[in-house]
Design a protein around this ligand. Sequence first.
Ligand SMILES: Nc1ncnc2c1ncn2[C@@H]1O[C@H](COP(=O)(O)OP(=O)(O)OP(=O)(O)O)[C@@H](O)[C@H]1O
Length: 228
Amino acid sequence: MSEFILEARDVHRAFGQTQALRGASVAVRRGEILSIMGPSGSGKSTLLHCLAGIYTPNQGEVWFDGTRVDTLGETKRTELRRDAFGFVFQFGQLVPELTALDNVALPLLLAKQPRRQAYAQAAPWLERLGLEEHGDHRSGELSGGQAQRVALARALVHKPRVLFADEPTGALDTLTGETVMNLLVTAAREEGTTVVLVTHDVRVAAYADREVVVRDGRAVTTPSSAVA
Ligand SMILES: Nc1ncnc2c1ncn2[C@@H]1O[C@H](COP(=O)(O)OP(=O)(O)OP(=O)(O)O)[C@@H](O)[C@H]1O
């Protein structure tokens, strides 16, 4: 079994005339928390989306746990994302009409789990993230930090192998952001979840085990943490 759970190999991706990635390679170890840093527009989010099988590269390869992802059909990639990956984005992207608990249970319901079982699995996550009093609040009524904690619970409820987080604290004040990052890191460590975290905030990146910097569409691993 490879030491790496996820790899991008020489990935290129363009949007029209814009070359977002120009040969980015990155290898993520099992169970590690990896931050992807770099200037605005350097290609961080595009790299995350390619690793997660959301975008397909124009050139290069993406591998997840021995499976080549970029050549899978849309249906298989959708299944992979649903079953093996969790996502947290800058703005929680919760369904505002649903309660916090409904939002957390949603991935399980979409995966056709029986209702009772889905809710029984979702409820402890609210407790774990300090949201037990907010379970029946509509997500549109929550504060930014509370909503982001619900988004985190929703991303982790189906026990994903990899959690992808794109600027998960970008819309939060520093203190709230720290709370969310502490919860994210604690839960990921407890669950053994690998985390790929895009951020331009060094305080957020400091939660990671290792850092990759993206510049002009290429990924550079810092020498101190070079991938063997
Ligand atoms: N869906 C898209 N359509 C068109 N251009 C895109 C798209 N996504 C990204 N780009 C372009 O690709 C380049 C890389 O964007 P990307 O979002 O990956 O950078 P980033 O490093 O995550 O930036 P930021 O830190 O500002 O979020 C940018 O020039 C951006 O405008």
